[in-house]
Design a protein around this ligand. Structure first.
Ligand SMILES: [Zn+2]
Length: 344
């Protein structure tokens, strides 16, 4: 997550975050509630915790400058281990393996991570072709990599764990639109911010495919009002992105998900996770965070360990995303979405 730095800079006054009250009622096709409730009941907090532990402890720091994990909670490099590839590639292989095991086809997208071209990593894209709209994609993803000095549990192993859990539960779901579950690389490397998602989106658009929604998860294992679970959905002010945000909170309300859903707008394009890559390329997308302005103990620090993640917040966030994805896939639109939201 990049935005805390931005929020602390003097240019913060340029950022216009506008909190929008959420959602009037809307009819949902009668077959959907049962399907959505079934999917939501399958979410496992233990799965989320297990995946975060694997990513943070076996591959943290998930950074191309490292070929070994940390030995302890003080972030001492484990000198007795040398992986055959750098940590971010090893983590990408693990992500791909888990998705392959669920029956998904996965693709590795090579991404250069430094000026010399020696360091690189992969975006991993798992795809499930839609029966009716194969060339229109609902994409859900987050950044797999971390800063060099941190195991990156809350930022952003938990986001990747959520993507994996969504993929697991939707593996047998009969989707009309094509679904993509993505681990992006290049958000936390300094070569070029968000280079992995930027490259993925431009390739998608160049292929003539349509992005129906880009759903970015970053820092979802934090609540802004503990013990209440919270989700903040940030959009860029475009009508399509604002509709996705409205649909999120509509889903929370309609399916009584115990999470407080709040919408914020960033029409200065300063909220810099991988959502920015979608917004810069005029694609509909939202960023889903647990708290905004971003707050996380041990941000970009060695203390960002699996124990600090609020797994309950993440669990309800996964439920929220499941409900949203199924609503999107069935063409449900929010009631009077962007009516109160000015065009950018
Ligand atoms: Zn970060």
């Amino acid at each position: 997550m990049f935005s805390v730095k931005l929020a602390s800079l003097p240019i913060a006054f340029l950022v216009f975050i506008w909190n929008v009250p959420c959602c009037a009622a809307q009819t949902v096709p009668s077959s959907l509630p049962a399907e959505i409730r079934r999917a939501m009941s399958a979410v496992s907090k233990d799965n989320l915790s297990r995946t975060v532990n694997v990513l943070a402890r076996e591959f943290g720091p998930r950074n191309a400058y490292f070929n070994q994990p940390f030995r302890d909670d003080k972030c001492t490099p484990e000198t007795s281990i040398t992986y055959p590839e750098n940590n971010v590639i090893m983590a990408a292989y693990r992500f791909a393996g888990m998705l392959n095991y669920m029956g998904y086809m996965t693709r590795l997208e090579p991404i250069r991570l430094d000026f010399t071209g020696k360091l690189y990593g992969y975006n991993v894209v798992a795809e499930k072709t839609g029966a009716i709209y194969p060339h229109s994609f609902i994409e859900v993803g987050g950044h797999l990599d971390s800063r060099p000095q941190t195991p990156g549990a809350a930022d952003n192993a938990i986001g990747i764990a959520a993507v994996i859990e969504l993929a697991r539960i939707l593996a047998n779901y009969p989707n009309s639109y094509s679904l993509r579950f993505i681990a992006f690389v290049g958000h936390e490397h300094f070569y070029f911010q968000n280079i992995g998602s930027t490259s993925h989106i431009s390739t998608t658009v160049d292929n003539g495919d349509k992005i129906k929604a880009g759903l970015v998860l970053d820092g979802i294992g934090v609540s802004e009002e503990p013990p209440t679970a919270t989700s903040v959905i940030i959009h860029d002010g475009s009508r399509e992105s604002a509709e996705i945000a409205d649909l999120y909170c509509f889903a929370a309300k309609t399916f009584a998900i115990p999470i407080k859903c709040r919408i914020a707008m960033d029409n200065a394009l300063s909220v810099g996770s991988d959502n920015l890559s979608y917004w810069m390329q005029k694609q509909p997308a939202t960023l889903n965070v647990g708290a905004w302005p971003y707050k996380q103990p041990f941000y970009h620090d060695c203390g960002d360990l699996p124990d600090i993640v609020n797994y309950e917040n993440a669990m309800y966030t996964v439920q929220l995303n499941l409900a949203l994805i199924i609503l999107l896939d069935n063409g449900v639109t929010p009631p009077a979405p962007a009516a109160a939201t000015p065009e950018r």
